[in-house]
Design a protein around this ligand. Structure first.
Ligand SMILES: Nc1ncnc2c1ncn2[C@@H]1O[C@H](COP(=O)(O)OP(=O)(O)OP(=O)(O)O)[C@@H](O)[C@H]1O
Ligand SMILES: [Mg+2]
Length: 313
């Protein structure tokens, strides 16, 4: 599509596991996932813990584990990304704000790992730039001299964010940038991400915190059991009648009861023939049991359901 930075089409991610060393078992974590991120847009992926969100981020960056298999296509500015191309773009045009501070080298000072390997003659410039970016995201200069274990949770998040932004990427994949932060730090992170979009970058925001998705994103993709079942504008989440999928509706209706948090995990299930939501669905019909609905475009809303209300727009 025009001005799409990132296009993910029909991506599935699975693992081959060996049960008791003998039997092969394919564990499908993500199935037939499609979404896009435009310049200047924040798209949130909202899914419960263990639903495969980090794996999607790693597939985009080309850092899936060895036993992970990724099918489908991932494109950047219209060009299909091969593993080589992902490696070329990674850390330059596409950056990951990782979920865990374990991505930082525990034995290296923050400043050194932020600037990475640079030639001697470029070091001064790199340090100046690092200082500017750290300052922009509220990190004092002495933070550069710290080791990862010396950082508080909020500081560590800022270090991950500013380090990812040093190369001025066009696309940022932010994997759970807010858990464990106090409310003030959460708000700062939300503002930082919005600012990235205002600067024209595309952001894929991965989160299980619906309030963060609502406050930050332009569009929200809802993950259920390895499938994206709806992608809708964030503003439509204020009115349950503008949501199409019964799971999305129930999620939003249950929020006050659940303290505005997603309820506990919907884990990847064994592959089913029909709709992944069939068992729980209040509007299911015969077709849903054995026919998997495709993700289709309904007036700009992406929806995977045979029986949604076609009058909604
Ligand atoms: N190397 C691996 N081999 C086999 N299965 C794996 C591997 N890595 C991940 N998985 C499976 O994929 C599932 C999804 O993992 P992932 O880390 O993407 O979840 P997530 O949505 O990011 O969860 P969280 O909210 O906890 O970060 C895991 O529950 C696990 O079952
Ligand atoms: Mg994760």
């Amino acid at each position: 599509m025009e001005n799409d930075l990132l296009t993910v089409q029909n991506v599935s991610i699975s693992f081959t596991q060996y049960v008791q060393g003998l039997q092969q078992h394919i564990l499908k974590v993500i199935s037939d996932l499609s979404l896009s991120v435009k310049e200047g847009e924040v798209v949130a992926i909202l899914g419960s813990s263990g639903s495969g969100k980090s794996l999607l981020a790693h597939a985009i960056l080309g850092i899936l584990p060895e036993n992970g298999q990724c099918d489908g296509t991932i494109s950047f500015k219209g060009e299909v990304l091969t593993q080589e191309k992902k490696e070329e773009l990674r850390g330059e045009h596409i950056c990951l704000i990782p979920q865990s501070v374990n991505f930082l080298d525990p034995l290296m000072k923050v400043r050194e790992q932020a600037i990475g390997d640079v030639k001697d003659e470029e070091k001064e410039k790199a340090l100046k730039h690092q200082k500017e970016i750290f300052e922009k995201y509220g990190l004092a200069e002495e933070v550069g001299d710290m080791y990862p274990f010396e950082l508080s949770g909020g500081m560590a998040r800022k270090v991950l964010l500013s380090t990812a932004l040093l190369s001025d990427p066009e696309l940022v994949v932010a994997d759970e940038p807010t858990p464990g932060l106090d409310q003030a730090s959460v708000n700062e992170t939300i503002n930082d991400i919005k600012r990235l979009a205002q600067e024209g970058k595309g952001v894929l925001l991965i989160t299980h915190e619906i309030d963060v998705a609502l406050k930050t994103a332009d569009r929200i993709a809802i993950f259920y059991s390895g499938y994206v079942i709806e992608i809708n504008k964030a503003e439509n989440f204020n009115d349950v009648n503008k949501l199409l999928h019964p799971y999305t509706k129930s999620l939003i209706e249950a929020l006050p009861r659940n303290g505005f948090k997603l309820t506990s995990g919907v884990q990847p299930l064994e592959e089913v023939d029909g709709c992944p939501y069939f068992e729980n669905c209040p509007i299911r019909s015969d077709i849903c049991q054995n026919n998997k609905p495709d993700l289709i475009d309904h007036n700009g809303i992406m929806i995977r359901c045979h029986n949604f209300d076609k009058e909604v727009n």
